[in-house]
Design a protein around this ligand. Structure first.
Ligand code: NAD
Ligand code: IPM
Ligand code: MN
Length: 358
């Protein structure tokens, strides 16, 4: 059956990198028999400019109808002074919530060709392969009440609420235990249970689940220590499960272990295998429109789509191998600090991947 894929390029470098990902998908369709139909929809600042809404109803409907969404990036200084619900970021958050994409998979894998460009010493990162499982539709991003007002003393006051119920915790917990089982069999749950009630519940529920997954080694770590351990000895981690905000921060930190934020893909899944696939990075306004952004994070997100939604692990492997070959050939976008190597533009990097796939 033909799979419907909705492409949402968004803002900044989003359209540039998505163009390369679409070339990859087109090549898989023409040369490898991938049965897909591509559509495109507005999101983020681009949607605000066109319709006044960062997630217009037509875009949401298209996303609901699709089997998978390929998402570029949203946001930028042009929209930062808008009220919150009229900012690009709200469009992405609403999309995640409306599609119930509660499980965000953020792998940090070091390509051996980039071991010496990591921010850390080579032996600390060589062979790195960790999976951060971030809860994506709850926690402080969505908890009520939230807002900003003048308090009784006439001072401006702002507040957000970090809230999880046990059902939300156990569904992300189960997803993470299952992922750990398919990987190295170790799960580290990251929280702040020494201070936060919501983290104590998180830890209790993870421990309860642990009794059902006796073959998985479950450990707990406070988030401040986890941030430190990620840069001290990242290979101690196999699978990490954590809440929305902690996962956001830790996954950017993990990105730098792999050489560049431009290398990290992600998958945001619902309970039925539908997914939104996007790079971990943002719209990179500082380099937008210059044809220098690294398209590999979004291309590797296509590989995750092939594996998790389209059920074509063979083609996922092909795409990942093509990325390896491009790096073998010495191609580097500017974000990958590698002095001896040849600097490639966004289009050249995408073109190299397409050539490898032919
Ligand atoms: P960012 O990830 O956009 O950029 C951080 C730094 O990394 C910048 O120097 C940028 O040039 C660089 N970078 C990012 N992606 C790159 C790539 N593919 N190739 C080369 N270099 C790359 O984060 P930011 O600057 O904090 O945020 C910019 C905007 O993006 C904000 O509006 C923010 O809200 C938004 N944002 C969106 C998403 C998303 O769409 N999922 C994620 C993060 C941030
Ligand atoms: C991410 C981004 C988003 C987040 C923003 C843009 C809403 O930083 O996908 O990591 O915080 O989840
Ligand atoms: Mn982030």
């Amino acid at each position: 059956m033909t799979a419907r894929i909705l492409v949402m390029p968004g803002d900044g470098v989003g359209p540039e990198i998505c163009r390369e990902a679409v070339r990859v998908l087109d090549t898989l369709a023409t040369d490898h028999g991938l049965d897909i139909m591509l559509e495109e929809a507005l999101v983020g600042g681009a949607a605000i400019d066109a319709t006044g809404d960062p997630l217009p109803e037509s875009s949401l409907e298209a996303a609901r109808a699709a089997d998978a969404v390929l998402f570029g990036a949203i946001g930028g200084p042009a929209w930062d002074d808008q009220p919150r619900d009229k900012r690009p970021e709200s469009g992405l958050l609403r999309l995640r919530a409306e599609l119930d994409l509660f499980a965000n998979l953020r792998p940090a894998i070091l390509y051996p060709q980039l071991a010496h460009v990591s921010a850390l010493k080579r032996d600390i990162v060589a062979g790195l392969d960790i999976m951060i499982v971030r809860e994506l539709t709850g926690g402080i991003y969505f908890g009520k009440p939230s807002g900003m007002h003048k308090n009784a003393n006439g001072k401006r006051e702002a507040f957000n609420t970090m809230r999880y119920d046990e059902g939300e915790i156990s569904r992300i917990g189960r997803a993470a235990f299952d992922i750990a089982r398919a990987r190295g069999g170790r799960l580290c749950s990251v929280d702040k249970a020494n201070v936060l009630d919501v983290s104590q519940l998180w830890r209790d529920v993870m421990n309860e689940l642990g009794r059902e997954y006796e073959d998985i080694e479950l450990t707990h770590m406070y988030v401040d220590n986890a941030a430190m351990q990620l840069v001290r000895a990242p290979k101690q981690f196999d699978t990490v499960v954590t809440s929305n905000l902690f996962g956001d921060v830790l996954s950017d930190a993990a990105a730098m272990l792999t050489g560049s934020i431009g290398m990290l893909p992600s998958a945001s899944m619902d309970a039925n295998g539908k997914g939104l696939y996007e790079p971990v990075h943002g719209s990179a306004p500082d380099i937008a429109g210059q044809d220098v952004a690294n398209p590999l994070a979004v291309i590797l997100s296509v590989a995750m789509m092939l594996r998790y939604t389209l059920k074509r692990p063979d083609l996922a492997k092909k795409v990942e191998n093509a990325v390896g070959y491009a790096l073998d050939r010495g191609l580097r976008t500017r974000d990958i600090m590698d002095d001896e190597k040849q600097i490639a533009s966004t289009q050249e990097m995408g073109g190299a991947i397409v050539d490898m796939l032919r």
